[in-house]
Design a protein. Structure first.
Length: 201
């Protein structure tokens, strides 16, 4: 009986990885057809060796600049977060993400106003914090034709926190992976800007 349980658990883990792989390949093909590009970022390693209540787990804040070598207008269309191991393979258990955010560096309101004014003449109405995810909601995808206008060298940051509410577990290492989806600006395919109000850029 014990061997059967172990085999079933192994099969479940295998199906999870295969399912993730197929979703990733399918998502990549869809993105290519729609002109959406993806930039992947990973957090530092978190060592989970005890119980961490909500909002008390290990956290990290790190840069998520799309391309610091270019000043090119793109449109953010979504973000996905995933718990992975040190090699980037999805964890069987995705219940260790407390929350994750993408925002302007330091959530600095003055910097946001300056960037909005310098890059968009004050037309972009986004606040300092943009996307936020939490347990049970690991992605935010905007409807087709909508996006957040941003230049590729703007100082975006990711803020993530892990947690663990399980009482019985083996200590493990993990990272929180973020995939930022965006489209290059194309005057022949106008986008609608998302902000405090919908504004054409």
């Amino acid at each position: 009986m014990k061997k059967l349980v172990i085999r079933l658990a192994s099969l479940c883990a295998l199906f999870l990885v295969v399912d993730w792989y197929m979703m990733d390949v399918h998502g990549s093909l869809v993105n290519q057809l729609s002109g959406v590009q993806t930039k992947t970022f990973k957090s530092p390693v978190f060592h989970i060796d005890r119980n961490y209540p909500s909002m008390q787990g290990p956290e990290a804040l790190y840069p998520a600049v799309i391309d610091p070598t270019k000043h090119e207008l793109v449109w953010l269309t979504g973000v996905e977060f995933l718990n992975v191991d040190e090699k980037g393979v999805p964890l069987k258990d995705q219940e260790h993400l407390c929350h994750a955010q993408i925002h302007i560096k330091g959530s600095d309101v003055k910097l946001v106003k300056k960037l909005n004014k310098d890059n968009f003449g004050g037309k972009r109405s986004m606040p300092a914090r943009w996307f936020t995810t939490f347990p049970g909601q690991y992605d935010v995808m905007l409807p087709d034709g909508f996006g957040i206008p941003v230049y590729t060298d703007e100082p975006l940051e990711l803020g993530v926190m892990a947690f663990n509410q399980k009482k019985e577990f083996e200590p493990f290492n993990m990272k929180i992976q973020a995939k930022i989806h965006y489209k290059k600006h194309n005057e022949n395919e106008p986008m609608k800007a998302v902000g405090r109000g919908l504004t054409d850029i």
